[in-house]
Design a protein around this ligand. Structure first.
Ligand code: 2AM
Ligand code: CA
Length: 417
C-alpha cells in the first residue's frame, strides 16, 4: 500500500534529520533573508525522491528543493514533497518543523502526511476516510468566528509587505483571542486539524507547503481556500485561509471583502465591453428588477462583463452624466460566484474605465436597506452625496425588505476619480 510506503519513507527521513540536526551544516540563502536551505533539506529530499523513483518510476515529484525535474502537468500520480517545512525553525530552534508529503492522483490529493520530526507526531489523512494523529482519529472541527478563534499567522502580514496591505489583516489579530506565529505551514494546518489552533492565514505558500495539510483540515470538516475565498490551485504561489466554515466565511465577509482588497492576480478573469443585451439580461436584473430602466441604461451607457474561463460571471454599466460625472449602475455577480472578490474587481475596473472616458467623479446609487452595499462603497472611497426619499415607491418597485428594513429611499454616493 502506497500509504505505508509513504509512512516508512517519512520515518526514515525523520531519522536522518534527527541524526544530523546537531552536526554542523551549510546554510544557503534562496530568495531572501528568511528563505533558507541547508544541506540537510537537500539530502532529505534526495533520499525521499530516490526511494519514490525506485519504487514508482512512473510517478512525478514536485519537491521544494528541486532535486528532480518539476512536472509540467499535474497528471497521473504526483508527489508534493517538502523535506523540511519550517527551515528557520529547524535552524534556530531545532524543533517545530515537519516533513510534508501529499500524493495527488489524477488531479485529486488522495493522501496527506505531515510529520513533526522532533515531537514524533505523524498526522495522516486519506481523502474520504478522515485524519489521524499517531493512529488516533481526529474529530470534527468546532465552529469558530474570528472573535473566539486562536490563530496561527505570521506577523509579517501585518507589517508593510509585498502581498497585502497591513491594515487588512491587523483587525483580525486585534479581534481574535490570540495570534501565534508558528512558522511551518504544513504543521500549522495539521495543528488546525487537531484543534490546537482555530485558524491559519498566510499570504505566500507553495503547493508542497499546504497540499498535505489542506487534506488534513478538509478531512475534519474544515475549509482551505485563498484569502479571497477562491479554490486553491496546485500550480504556484497562493495565499491560504484555513479553518472551520464559520471562521473562513467570517474572515472573507467581514475583513477581506469589506476592505475592498485587491485579489491575487487571477489570469483567467477578464473584464471586457459587451454589446448583446439578451445574453446579459438575467444578470443585470439581479441588480435592478426594474427591467425597463435597465434596458434604457443599456442603450444609453456602456456595459462590461466579467468572464471566468469563458463563462459570464458578472456585469456592470457606466452611464455618463453632465459635469464629468459617470454613474456606475447594475453591478451584479452571479449568485454562485459571490464572495470571491469579483465584485471588487469590477468596481476597480469601473474606476479605471470611468477615468478613461473622461470622468472626474464616479456616482453610485443604492437603497437605504442595502446595508452591505453601503458599507462596500464607503470602504471603496465613496461618500454620501444625496438622498431621494420614497424614490423606490415612486418608481414602481414593490415592497422589498432587506436586513429587516423596507426599501424606500435612494442613497447616492460619489468618489472623485
Ligand atoms: P519553508 O520553511 O519550507 O521554506 C513560514 O511562514 C512558512 O512559509 C513555512 O512553511 C515556509 O516553508 C513557507 N515559506 C517561506 N518562504 C516562502 C516562500 N518564499 N514561498 C513560499 N513559502 C514560503
Ligand atoms: Ca522547505
Amino acid at each position: 500500500m502506497i500509504e505505508w510506503f509513504a509512512v516508512d519513507l517519512i520515518k526514515q527521513a525523520g531519522e536522518l534529520i534527527r541524526r544530523e540536526i546537531d552536526q554542523s551544516y551549510e546554510v544557503e540563502r534562496k530568495t531572501g533573508k528568511g528563505d533558507l536551505v541547508t544541506e540537510i533539506d537537500r539530502a532529505v529530499e534526495q533520499l525521499i525522491v530516490r526511494r519514490i523513483q525506485h519504487t514508482f518510476p512512473e510517478h512525478q515529484i514536485m519537491g521544494e528543493e528541486g532535486t528532480t525535474d518539476q512536472p509540467e502537468q499535474l497528471t497521473g500520480t504526483v508527489w508534493f514533497v517538502d523535506p523540511i517545512d519550517g527551515t528557520l525553525n529547524f535552524i534556530h530552534q531545532k524543533r517545530m518543523f515537519a516533513i510534508s508529503i501529499a500524493i495527488m492522483i489524477d488531479g485529486v490529493v488522495e493522501y496527506g502526511f505531515v510529520y513533526d520530526v522532533m515531537a514524533d507526531e505523524m498526522f495522516m489523512a486519506r481523502k474520504g476516510y478522515g485524519a489521524t494523529l499517531n493512529g488516533r482519529t481526529l474529530t470534527t472541527l468546532h465552529e469558530h468566528h474570528v472573535r473566539d478563534a486562536f490563530l496561527s499567522m505570521n506577523a509579517t502580514w501585518v507589517t508593510p509587505n509585498h502581498q497585502i496591505a497591513p491594515e487588512i489583516l491587523a483587525p483580525i489579530v486585534r479581534d481574535s483571542i490570540g495570534t501565534r506565529a508558528h512558522g511551518a505551514a504544513s504543521l500549522e494546518l495539521a495543528w488546525l486539524a487537531a484543534g490546537r489552533v482555530d485558524g491559519y492565514i498566510t499570504m505566500r505558500n507553495m503547493p508542497w507547503d499546504y497540499a498535505a495539510g489542506k487534506l488534513l483540515v478538509e478531512e475534519v470538516g474544515g475549509r482551505v481556500v485563498s484569502l479571497y475565498g477562491e479554490p486553491i490551485r496546485y500550480d504556484g504561489k497562493t495565499s491560504v485561509l484555513a479553518g472551520s466554515d464559520s471562521f473562513v466565511n467570517d474572515v472573507i465577509k467581514h475583513y477581506v471583502i469589506t476592505k475592498g482588497v485587491t485579489a491575487e492576480a487571477k489570469p483567467d478573469l477578464h473584464i471586457v465591453e459587451h454589446d448583446s443585451y439578451e445574453e446579459i439580461r438575467d444578470l443585470l436584473v439581479l441588480a435592478n428588477p426594474n427591467e425597463a430602466m435597465v434596458r434604457e441604461q443599456f442603450e444609453e451607457g456602456r456595459t462590461y462583463k466579467a468572464l471566468l474561463g469563458g463563462e459570464i460571471v458578472g456585469a456592470y454599466m457606466l452611464v455618463s452624466h453632465e459635469g464629468n460625472r459617470v454613474e456606475l449602475v447594475n453591478i451584479a455577480v452571479k449568485p454562485e460566484r459571490q464572495n470571491q472578490t469579483i465584485g471588487q474587481r469590477m468596481l476597480q475596473d469601473a474606476v479605471k474605465r470611468a477615468t478613461m472616458i473622461g470622468g472626474k467623479e464616479l456616482l453610485v446609487c443604492t437603497g437605504n436597506s442595502s446595508i452591505m452595499q453601503l458599507r462596500f462603497y464607503q470602504q471603496a472611497g465613496f461618500r454620501f452625496d444625496s438622498v431621494e426619499r420614497d424614490y423606490f415607491r415612486d418608481h414602481g418597485y414593490d415592497d422589498i425588505e432587506e436586513d429587516g428594513l423596507v426599501l424606500r429611499d435612494r442613497i447616492c454616493l460619489t468618489r472623485p476619480l
